[in-house]
Ligand binder design. Structure first.
Ligand SMILES: Nc1nc2c(ncn2[C@@H]2O[C@H](COP(=O)(O)OP(=O)(O)O)[C@@H](O)[C@H]2O)c(=O)[nH]1
Ligand SMILES: [Mg+2]
Length: 455
């Protein structure tokens, strides 16, 4: 299978399944009139025509740009070196006025020191493409939003969405992508771990209609993660990939990659189903799709961070496990509900341990059990507030009113639990089944009602 690597401007020759160009779903090749594969920079020019963007007027304005790109290619590489600048020109404003073809969404939390370099590298990599960058910041204390808006002052292709009182990579990506009006949306980390020079090749796959989703993959061909991930993180990433492949109906080598490009209508369609919590939006996107999509994976090497520190933590891992389990349940149980049930199970342990301690201290059974139950409910509420609903955490007075509502609703849940258990016992006369039915009903009630009335 012949392939073009636009980054090198060469025409390669590779067999269909040769590592490095992993294609899921048949794909036509970019070809010239004589049937030969074309250098990317030439078929880029053709793309503009095919997409109806190369109107005579637009052609006059942009053909110079395309030609400049071809002539300036050796120079382009040197401009891509650190420290160089991409001057803003009237051509940028003209192409922006035509509408962007590609939105690059960069979720950013405490990435102020990376943004100027990110913008510079995108400009170098995407010459001749009508691109925009949307930085989605979650009110980072390091002034990420101020930095992004400072860059936006001198380059209209850059926008910043500053979210307040919210946290989460997946939610940030969703909001950035939903703000796009471009036909194609890419997601890239703001810390420069992803290789932005792959973007033109990813775009070519979509423009040439060879794919609906293109993944920058660390686990095909010459792709690698050794530079950007420690040994432990590397092992974790491979495990996460294995779990994801279990839950997916697609054979994807790197379904937890944070670097991908997709047709915007696909994202728009799937967006309401995506979980706003968590780190692995690509996995969610593939798992939540309704129609089959063509996926292409292109290799890249995951680099070390440019500046700043990783935000991946145990909560991100917990969220991911919840997401995989939720998908394995066929979306029956939302990831948040799974977490809520795990917290509920921890409450049961708290209840048992405290009751045992109090009874050991010769407190009569009834008050001992009541105190243990209240403490278990309190610990459930606090853990759920800190973990399950950490993105909507209650504070101050709302913490107290939320706690009272939580206790009242769980009290109703307990009554419902007992009532359902009694009914099932009456009907089937099986103790264990009655207890389980009551507990499940109570847990579902507790989750459903508190998710609406407390958080
Ligand atoms: N807006 C936003 N961005 C985030 C959040 N968590 C992580 N990010 C960004 O997502 C990208 C990947 O996160 P990173 O910490 O580098 O994860 P790692 O590469 O797996 O270590 C980076 O650009 C982060 O700044 C968040 O809560 N909100
Ligand atoms: Mg990173």
């Amino acid at each position: 299978m012949r392939r073009v690597d636009p980054r090198q401007g060469i025409v390669g020759h590779q067999s269909e399944n040769r590592a490095g160009w992993r294609t899921l779903g048949g794909a036509a090749q970019p070809q010239g009139r004589d049937g030969a594969a074309m250098p990317a920079r030439l078929h880029h020019d053709l793309d503009l025509r095919r997409h109806g963007l190369f109107t005579p007027a637009f052609g006059r304005q942009t053909s110079g740009l395309v030609r400049t790109q071809i002539q300036a290619e050796p120079e382009l590489a040197s401009r891509g070196e650190e420290g160089g600048t991409i001057p803003y020109s009237s051509e940028v404003a003209e192409s922006a006025a035509q509408g962007f073809e590609l939105t690059v969404v960069a979720p950013a939390f405490n990435e102020a020191d990376n943004l100027a370099e990110l913008a510079r590298r995108l400009a170098a990599a995407l010459q001749g493409v009508r691109w925009q960058l949307i930085v989605v910041d979650d009110d980072s204390p390091d002034g990420t939003a101020d930095t992004a808006k400072g860059l936006a002052q001198s380059d209209p292709r850059i926008t910043c969405i500053r979210r307040v009182k919210r946290r989460g990579l997946a939610g940030a990506v969703i909001e950035g992508a939903l703000a796009s009006a471009a036909p194609y949306v890419a997601v890239i980390d703001a810390d420069l771990q992803h290789d932005e020079t792959l973007l033109p090749a990813m775009l070519a796959e979509l423009r040439e209609d060879r794919a609906d989703l293109v993944i920058g993959s660390r686990y095909v061909g010459e792709g690698s993660a050794t530079e950007g991930l420690s040994v432990v993180r590397g092992a974790g990433s491979k495990l996460a990939n294995r779990l994801a492949r279990l839950a997916l109906r697609a054979d994807v080598a790197d379904p937890v990659s944070g670097f991908f490009m997709v047709r915007r209508p696909i994202f728009d369609e799937v967006a309401p189903k995506l979980s706003v919590q968590g780190f692995k939006i690509l996995f969610d996107l593939i798992a939540s799709r309704t129609n089959p999509i063509r996926i292409v994976e292109l290799p890249y090497s995951f680099r070390a961070r440019y500046a700043g520190a990783s935000k991946m933590d145990s909560m991100a891992v917990t969220d991911y496990l919840g997401l995989v389990l939720s998908k394995l349940s066929g979306n029956l149980i939302p990831p948040r509900a799974l977490l809520f049930f795990v917290v509920g199970a921890s409450g049961l342990i708290v209840n048992l341990v405290i009751a045992k301690i109090l009874i050991g201290l010769h407190v009569p059974f009834a008050p001992a059990d009541a105190i243990a139950a209240i403490l278990a409910m309190t610990s459930n509420f606090l853990i759920n507030n800190e973990v399950t609903y950490r993105d909507r955490r209650l504070r101050g007075l709302r913490l107290i009113t939320g706690y009272l509502r939580f206790c009242a609703l769980c009290g109703v849940g307990l009554i419902a639990n007992i009532a359902v258990a009694a009914l099932v016992h009456q009907a089937l006369h099986v103790n264990s089944l009655a207890v389980v039915a009551g507990a499940v009903f109570g847990a579902v009630w507790n989750y459903g009602s508190t998710s609406v009335a407390v958080w």
